[in-house]
Design a protein around this ligand. Structure first.
Ligand code: HEC
Length: 172
């Protein structure tokens, strides 16, 4: 798989004096053979599987195709309540690549989804991610709705708050 990351400074040199909006003169993006291949690469190096694919970290990465990005029913709990990594195979079905890329650039949802990070992905890279996820087809089930009303989760959860060491089970 041949993939190059385009450093946008090169574009600036060739088109003249465009003013950088952020640290990049123009949105960088990954180049590859197809949108699906680029999206598969981005999902891996972007860490999407780590939360959205059950068992990804433990196997590592050897998860059957029908479970890729199918979401998790283990919640992440913290001051925001409890959130669940969505089933992305279901959620991409509802939108076109353009709509999905727009949502990913604007949305500021619950932790620990790295919203600030994906907000800064380029539109082209986001559209490639959409193409990859859509290519997996629908699969898996909806995850539970986030709990934000102060009540506790009804599923197993991972607690995301700093605790004193004596609270750790290994120290008791
Ligand atoms: C640290 C865990 C974590 C990582 C890493 C992560 N996510 Fe998430 N993601 C979540 C959680 C938790 C939610 C639910 C957040 C909420 O309710 O606002 C979520 C929600 C989403 C949603 C909203 C889906 C919907 O139907 O509302 C999308 C889309 C998404 N993630 C895509 C991605 C992509 C693409 C990547 C990789 C670039 C990624 N996520 C990486 C945990 C993660």
């Amino acid at each position: 798989m041949k993939i190059w990351i385009l450093a946008a400074g090169v574009v600036l040199l060739t088109v003249g004096c465009a003013k950088p909006k952020t640290i990049f003169s123009e949105e960088p993006h990954v180049v590859g053979k197809s949108q699906v291949e680029i999206g598969a690469y981005l999902a891996e190096v972007g860490g999407c599987h780590d939360c959205h694919t059950p068992g990804w970290a433990q196997t590592p990465g050897n998860v059957p195709q029908d479970q890729l990005l199918a979401g998790s029913i283990i919640g992440f709990s913290g001051p925001w309540g409890t959130s669940y990594p969505a089933n992305l195979r279901i959620s991409v079905q509802a939108s076109t690549a353009e709509e999905w890329a727009g949502m990913m650039k604007d949305r500021n949802g619950l932790p620990p989804m790295p919203w600030a990070t994906v907000n800064h992905m380029s539109r082209e890279d986001l559209m490639a991610l959409h193409a990859y996820i859509a290519s997996l087809g629908e699969g898996g089930n909806e995850v539970p709705i986030a709990v934000t009303d102060g009540s506790g989760p009804q599923t197993p959860y991972i607690w995301f708050m700093p605790e004193p060491p004596e609270v750790h089970p290994a120290n008791q």
